[in-house]
Design a protein around this ligand. Sequence first.
Ligand code: SF4
Ligand code: SF4
Ligand code: SF4
Length: 224
Amino acid sequence: MELINLIHKELPQIQCGRCDTPGCKQYAQAIVDGDPHDRCVPGGEKTLKNLNTILKKNIKKVDIEYGPTIKEQKVSIIEEECIGCKKCIDACPVDAIVGSANMMHSIINDICTGCELCIEPCPVDCIEIVSTSTKSIKKARDASQYFFDLKESLSSDRKRSKLKNFSDENLNISKTINTQITNRNIDKSKNLKNMQIHIAQKDLKSIHELTDDAVNDLIEKKSD
Ligand code: SF4
Ligand code: SF4
Ligand code: SF4
């Protein structure tokens, strides 16, 4: 087997980009090109040990500058709070999120690797981490390179035609989502207000370096 494939096989396939490359395949290539092989913090000591064996090297510790690590987890969207802004879709490296503008979004559980990349961009903080079984996360991570490559390399037209192969599966997913959309009871003005508060909290803290208590005081005064 080619060196890049041997290395790639040992990486955890979370496609999280923490190693400073877009995904696992690119990190395998970077290692072949001479980058240190201690940057996959999610893979931890086990991945490092296996890479040491393949490369006949002896790096002792993963470089936690590239951390934090990731558990056996997926994410879930709190439906009543989602405002349909689509920011999470752009952030997901494996296209594990479906939804249309202004509509509720949902996670495709079988594809989500738990990489956490969708959490930070969500303006209303409605994406939460849920722990999962080893079996369930393995299935998603084993398939992740395929979905990562699909998102990276195909134009939307070619992608659409390729996805037709999954039409039965897609139909079932959309049926479930449509039912969820019909059944949900969304309070848009409350969610928009939550979004404004969330943005204000981020701005006030980062720009003006205020404490949490000072930010909350200001927000409470403003909404009186
Ligand atoms: S799991 Fe994340 S950190 Fe590890 S190689 Fe893949 S993309 Fe890089
Ligand atoms: S849904 Fe979120 S956590 Fe899951 S793979 Fe996509 S970006 Fe990562
Ligand atoms: S980023 Fe958050 S609010 Fe926006 S569509 Fe995704 S889950 Fe919904």
